[in-house]
Design a protein around this ligand. Structure first.
Ligand code: EPZ
Length: 419
């Protein structure tokens, strides 16, 4: 069983390059089903979730192969199926993102219901109601989604909440619909802007991504393209929090502050000095951090839920107490018990967690409970006296291409064993 062994207590110093964004490349891989031609994806991170998407594409008769370290070549012209098996759906909960593209391409789709995950139930009711608005007939009895859409028809869709996945799924389905679709109360995440830019590079007419209203003029045949995936803003936040946690001075090549200004604002309030340049971001943390005003997670441009655990870990030794409020997912404090094993003082009551800073954390054997909770354990371990072993790091591998190598390049004492 793979694990990370981290010896904490010393400052960081060094630089590393930020990988491509997991939450951008996953919908883009689904979008390749809409293209008639080869897609060359540059800056594509090698992640477990990317592997799961490649398995789905191959299972549908498409080709996907790596060319060099981070270039993925995808060709979906020979697609010969419209069903995604339960086994593949269970490999990655966000596989639901394939539904809209398969429907647009094939006029039908069969996917087993994506289960919940470590964060709690992950409903897709907004995805399904939006697809029905476009004319899809969906029978979701018995755990399998049987979908038929002989002719998707563009129209106005209003999301009851700004769901990232539903916005992306409906953008892809709308590309295959006749006429114009507008998605109101759309999610505004930067990854949705990246998806729009990819679709536009393939010849689609999509506008408004990054605002609450996205518009798609469907029915246009899409061609292949060469596209570079945006840098991962949550991986960037992770390494900024690593420097905040352990202290030191780091540089993150390719990082873009525009995508995570709510995170950098909190880190500056806590006492970090962060500088953005053309080639990336520098972060210097010399003194003990101070607690910050309440951190409430919210849809973009609010504070990202994916950075909640990571920031919490960085504040464990701060002066004072910080209140967190997790408003997106029902069960996103599972990392708290593991942090407590390192001496953290965190009190949880429902959606609220209060972190009271302490002087010293100590290394301990801990295990990952989910993707970002696992990254948070690494952030905390960098500040802990002694050695921490982090087990079940398969969760981390879903979203971090090489967290051990990155942290080592940033000056951490970290070893990965057991592969
Ligand atoms: C995306 O998940 C990200 N995943 C998540 O990142 C991220 O935490 C989340 O957006 C919020 O930013 C990918 O992009 C692959 P949502 P998604 O639909 O699309 C509820 C990570 O760590 N909801 O915006 O599933 C839902 O229960 C992962 O990289 C419905 O009720 O998020 C949640 O409470 C974790 N019905 C809220 O909306 C629906 O049909 C936000 O979910 C859909 C969602």
């Amino acid at each position: 069983m793979s694990q990370l062994t981290i010896r904490g207590g010393s400052c960081l110093g060094g630089e590393t390059e930020i990988q491509g964004a997991k939450n951008s490349v996953l919908p883009i891989l689904a979008a390749t089903l809409l293209t008639a031609g080869q897609v060359e994806l540059r800056g594509c991170p090698r992640l477990r979730d990317v592997d799961a998407s490649i398995h789905i594409l191959r299972d549908l008769g498409c080709t996907a192969r790596w060319e060099g370290e981070n270039v993925l070549l995808v060709d979906t012209r020979n697609l010969n199926g419209c069903a995604v098996s339960e086994r593949l759906m269970r490999e990655m909960r966000s596989s639901a993102i394939f539904l809209g593209a398969i429907l647009a391409r094939c006029g039908q789709a069969e996917l087993s219901y994506p289960g919940g995950c470590e964060l709690g139930p992950r409903p897709i009711d907004l995805h399904l109601s939006g697809l029905r608005d476009l004319g899809a007939e969906i029978d979701d009895a018995g755990g399998v989604l049987h979908c038929k859409a002989p002719c998707l028809q563009g129209r106005e869709i209003v999301l009851s909440l700004p769901s990232v996945g539903a916005t992306e799924n409906l953008m892809l389905a709308a590309c295959g619909a006749d006429g114009v679709t507008t998605i109101s109360n759309a999610a505004r995440e930067p990854e949705i802007v990246d998806l729009q830019q990819f679709l536009t590079a393939c010849g689609a007419k999509v506008s408004g991504a990054g605002t609450s209203t996205v518009s798609v003029e469907g029915g246009k045949p899409l061609h292949g393209c060469t596209y570079t995936v945006m840098p991962d803003r949550i991986v960037t936040a992770t390494y900024l929090c690593a420097a905040a946690s352990a202290g030191g001075e780091i540089f993150l090549q390719g990082a873009r502050e525009a995508h995570l200004s709510t995170v950098t604002a909190v880190l500056r309030e806590a006492g970090c000095s962060i500088r953005s340049e053309e080639r990336g971001m520098a972060c210097v943390c010399r003194d003990r951090l101070t607690a910050v005003r309440p951190v409430r997670t919210a849809p973009y441009p609010g504070f990202p839920t994916d950075a909640q655990a990571i920031l919490m870990a960085a504040l464990l030794r701060s002066r004072g107490a910080t209140v967190f409020e997790e408003n997106l997912f029902a069960s996103r404090y599972r990392h708290v018990d593991e942090l407590a094993r390192m001496g953290a003082d965190i009190r949880v009551s429902g959606r609220v967690a209060v972190v009271t800073g302490i002087k010293t954390l100590h290394g301990a054997p801990v295990r990952c409970t989910d993707l970002r909770g696992g990254a948070a354990l690494c952030v905390a371990a960098l500040a802990a006296e002694g050695e921490t072993s982090v087990r079940e790091i398969g969760h981390i591998d879903r979203g971090y291409e090489d967290i051990a190598g990155d942290l080592r390049r940033l000056g951490a004492e970290i070893v990965r064993t057991g592969d």
